[in-house]
Design a protein around this ligand. Structure first.
Ligand code: NAD
Length: 484
């Protein structure tokens, strides 16, 4: 897989060239061009949706076993190409190579897991009495548009693709312009395994996204991204009364209760906050710590963050990478600048591996913010960068109230040595997912917890049978045994 890629649109298994292309540069080495990605038009979107609509007529009749077989072949392909794809993702999207190797594994796992969830999902529900017989059947919706962000490009694309295709729908995928290359290289090969038109890939920004959300033949938008963009999608979808499924931003709180072992839990919380340089929807984005342990807790988080070596994702010595794009970089820098004007203490930590290249990438330090006001922007917004504000609290009730005080409600965590108390507090948290004494879902949690958020963090869920249900309609058939 060469490092300089030209990515075209993919419609009906054919590459389609467009009049203009977007240059993609390495976020850790802005002087390096990684490739060029086609910019599609409204007419291209129409072409892709019609191809998917045509393919739907036969794909919906393909047996679930065959759909699963093809998805497992897709998993094998990702497995065999994994290292090259991970390297390409590192160059175009900026995170550490080890992070993308992990993402390749996550993409394979979600493809395989979806085929397992599908085993029981389609069991028909049939009942009968003396007069009649009822069959409640699950039917695909049609063409689904999958709009994907840049921060987990391969895994999120496969998560959507697997659920959408296994339920008998066809798909038009719009990757993010900030992470389109690696995903498109993989999608081209996967699309070739499926009948023409089942998988189509379109590129571009808001105009192309909007053309998908307004197209009358698109039945549902499966969107992962920011809340502001989701508002546009929802408005666009309204004219044709499309279904929407949204996975949106988060501002996950971690509440450390006063019976927790601070020395043990703070490094775990720091790890959850700084992985992927904070660019993950379910990263811990604010911590509430009892007043009496506050200084010690901050000391532990700072010590953790200070160990990072900040450098290019392909540098084996690097343990911390740049952020993905200029918008994000500027946003976090300006947010920190405003925070410095307040009473909060902003501590930039970690070591620069290549000081001479610092300005040639979107490099930021892992940053801990001490003594912010609980209602301050740095605490209540989604920073989506390497920043962790730590807030001291006096009472458990106060911590719960602050945790629930934003419009976000994706993940969250409670840390305590008392299981009953932790569970009671967890049940008060307004979130789609709450972990106790861990920042992330365990393997069992990953298998059984549908992924998604409440309030303005999302609509609907992904993964598990609940996630599959997003892409079907029920069709009730009632057979009358005797006509009278
Ligand atoms: P974004 O909203 O800027 O972009 C997401 C996608 O929408 C991109 O493909 C973009 O090109 C497209 N888009 C832009 N304008 C559009 C329009 N008018 N109509 C349709 N599509 C349009 O988000 P981003 O910066 O790529 O990703 C970061 C955000 O995604 C963060 O808020 C993060 O929390 C969220 N996210 C959520 C989850 C989750 O599962 N809840 C997972 C990952 C990321």
């Amino acid at each position: 897989m060469s490092q300089q890629q030209v990515i075209h649109l993919l419609i009906n298994q054919e590459e389609v060239q467009t009049p203009s292309y977007m240059e993609v540069r390495d976020p850790g080495r802005l002087t390096d061009v990684v490739g060029n990605v086609a910019i599609g038009s409204v007419a291209h979107v129409d072409q892709a949706v019609r191809a998917a609509h045509q393919a739907f007529q036969s794909w919906k009749t393909v047996a679930v076993e065959e759909r699963c077989r093809l998805l497992l072949r897709a998993a094998e392909l990702i497995q065999s190409e994994g290292e090259a794809v991970a390297r390409l993702l590192t160059k175009e999207a900026g995170m550490l190579l080890s992070v993308y190797r992990g993402e390749v594994g996550m993409a394979i796992n979600v493809l395989k897991a979806t085929t397992e969830w599908a085993q029981t999902f389609f069991s028909p529900k049939q009942v009968e009495d003396g007069q009649s017989w009822v069959s409640l059947e699950k039917r695909p919706l049609g063409v689904i548009a999958a709009i994907v962000p840049w921060n987990l490009p391969l895994m999120l694309t496969m998560q959507k693709l697997a659920a959408i295709l296994v339920t008998g729908n066809t798909i038009v995928i719009k990757p993010s312009p900030f992470a389109a290359i690696g995903v498109s290289v993989v999608l081209k090969k996967i699309a070739a395994m499926f009948p023409p038109g089942v998988i189509n890939v379109i590129h571009g920004e808001a105009e192309v996204g909007s053309a998908l959300s307004t197209h009358p033949l698109v039945r549902k938008i499966s969107f992962t991204g920011g809340g502001k963009t989701a508002q546009f999608v929802m408005r666009d979808a309204a004219d044709s009364l499309k279904h929407v499924q949204f996975e949106l931003g988060g501002n996950d709180p971690a509440i450390v209760l006063d019976d927790a072992n601070v020395d043990e839990v703070m490094p775990q919380i720091a790890a959850a906050a700084f992985r992927r340089s904070g660019q993950i929807c379910v990263a811990t984005k604010r911590v509430y710590v009892p007043k009496q342990y506050y200084e010690r807790a901050c000391e532990l988080v700072c010590a953790y963050a200070d160990q990072f070596s900040i450098g290019h994702g392909l540098d084996e010595k690097a343990t911390f990478s740049p952020v993905n794009n200029r918008i994000q970089y500027q946003f976090v820098k300006e947010l920190l600048e405003r925070t410095r004007q307040s009473n909060a203490r902003v501590m930039e930590l970690g070591t620069r591996l290549e000081p001479e290249n610092w300005e040639n990438g979107y490099y930021l330090h892992p940053t801990v913010v001490m003594y912010p006001d609980p209602g301050q922007e740095i605490v209540t917004c989604e920073q989506f960068g390497p920043v962790l504000p730590i807030v001291p609290y006096h009472t458990e009730e106060e911590a719960i109230q602050w945790a629930n005080s934003t419009e976000y409600g994706l993940g969250s965590s409670i840390w305590s040595s008392d299981p009953e108390r932790a569970l009671r507090v967890a049940r008060h948290i307004e979130a789609g997912m709450t972990c106790i004494n861990g920042a992330n879902l365990s393997p069992l949690g990953l298998k059984h917890v549908p992924f998604g958020g409440v309030k303005q963090s999302g609509i609907g869920r992904e993964k598990t049978e609940v996630g599959l249900a997003e892409f079907i309609e029920y069709h009730g058939i009632n057979y009358h045994k005797e006509t009278s």
